[in-house]
Design a protein around this ligand. Structure first.
Ligand code: FAD
Ligand code: NAD
Length: 343
């Protein structure tokens, strides 16, 4: 059985791995050059910085085992950070400083666990899937390959492992009902600004949850284990600010968020301490709560599976669980394993 997995984030890779171990023939399509999706690191010659997911927790025994395997492989480590809270903490959240939560990061950058999981998988990176058509009881994928050519490939099954709006769009003509059903899972944007500093900033913390103004999170990326290069800080804007300022240029977002960082921390930023900046706009960063959502979605009649963090809590662990859950559902499905009769 040939399966195309679209998206090499944690959900797609988690799904692909289990299906391949069960003997299915898997091809993973990824539009970007790097793997890991929203677990990603920006790199330059003189600095690096995680600009998507900042760390992950492991609440389930299965994910703890997985994280242990990453740690043994040198692809992750615990981040023992001093994390403060700025502004009034929401009443339902415990104090981060008192919590015994263990937080982990990829090493040497956030995409390392994805690269580790990808070992042994057939991954077509820089291949954006553009069309999906039902064909011969299976699926015909149209994709743009790394050299810019438009190509097609036939599969028995398709797994969509992308943010909800991207999966919904790709399925709009071939599976309109499924596309409409997942359209309700809207996702919110997040502006990220990175600043590299030749002279370390004088701060008494490694990271901060921010509950006022334009920011939601600040982190000294170089306080994470195995980071190389100049001191680097990461700022995430709040959901509301990101929504209100979605169409700013990267320069405008940077100027605004640096000013907010200086206001909140009292740290003066100037050409002496900040030498380079960079910004990234995540259009689909996080989802709202969807307590009634299944962990993953199996459309056995269509030979289609859907997974992603947005179906399961919007975090790294949830993404991984969603991909594994989908793989198990495909393997458990009695009618799913017949090859297409007309192939
Ligand atoms: P993704 O990682 O989004 O993977 C989807 C993949 O599909 C991407 O690689 C994308 O390039 C690819 N793709 C999309 N369309 C196509 C196409 N047409 N063809 C081919 N490939 C395609 N979680 C935490 O646990 N802790 C945090 O601290 C945290 N902070 C976050 C901060 C930010 C700013 C963001 C954006 C996210 C954060 N998250 C955090 C959430 C976490 O990153 C996600 O839950 C998780 O990485 C999602 O994995 P996924 O596989 O579901 O999706
Ligand atoms: P976690 O266990 O570290 O987060 C929960 C704990 O962190 C809480 O118990 C509390 O102690 C502290 N905390 C969280 N938010 C806080 C706040 N606003 N103020 C003060 N303390 C706060 O980690 P997790 O549950 O694995 O969640 C991962 C993190 O990923 C969360 O902080 C979440 O906001 C973040 N995230 C961000 C995006 C984005 O787009 N920016 C997307 C998805 C997840």
């Amino acid at each position: 059985m040939k399966v195309a997995v679209i998206g090499a984030g944690l959900s797609g890779l988690g799904c692909a791995k289990i299906l391949q171990q069960a003997g299915l023939e898997i091809t993973v399509f990824e539009k970007s050059r790097g793997l890991g999706g929203r677990m990603s690191t920006r790199r330059t010659e003189s600095w690096q910085c995680d600009h998507g997911a900042q760390y992950f927790t492991a609440r389930s025994a299965q994910f703890r085992d997985e994280v242990d395997s990453w740690i043994r492989a040198g692809a992750a480590a615990e981040w023992q950070a001093t994390i403060i809270s700025i502004g009034e903490r929401p009443a339902d959240l415990p104090d981060a400083r008192k919590s015994e939560t263990r937080r982990f990061v990829g090493t040497p950058g956030m995409s390392a666990p994805a690269r580790f999981m990808a070992q042994g998988l057939n991954i077509k990176s820089q291949c954006r899937v553009q069309t999906l058509q039902r064909r011969g009881g299976g699926w015909l994928l149209g994709y743009q390959s790394a050299n810019g050519a438009t190509e097609t490939a036939q599969f028995d099954w398709v797994v969509c492992a992308m943010p909800a709006p991207q999966s919904s769009e790709l399925l709009s003509s071939s599976a309109p009902d499924v596309s409409a059903a997942i359209q309700r899972f809207g996702m919110q944007p997040c502006w990220a600004v990175m600043l590299a500093c030749d002279n370390p900033l004088e701060a008494s913390f490694d990271a901060a949850f921010v509950n006022e103004g334009a920011l939601s999170w600040i982190a000294r990326d170089t306080s994470k284990p195995s980071r190389k290069g100049a001191e680097c800080w990461l700022l995430h804007a709040s959901e509301q600010w990101s929504l209100d300022n979605l169409e700013l240029t990267a320069e405008q977002a940077t100027t605004n968020l640096l000013a907010e960082f200086a206001r909140l921390t009292g740290i003066e930023l100037n050409a002496f301490n900040v030498t380079q900046t960079s910004a990234h706009r995540w259009r689909y960063a996080r989802n709202g709560d969807a307590p009634d959502a299944p962990v993953s979605r199996l459309e056995s009649g269509l030979k289609l599976g859907i997974c992603g963090d947005w179906l399961n809590g919007g975090r790294v662990e949830g993404a991984w669980q969603s991909g594994r859950h989908l793989a198990q559902s495909i393997l458990n499905c009695a009618t799913c394993h017949h090859p297409n009769p007309d192939r």
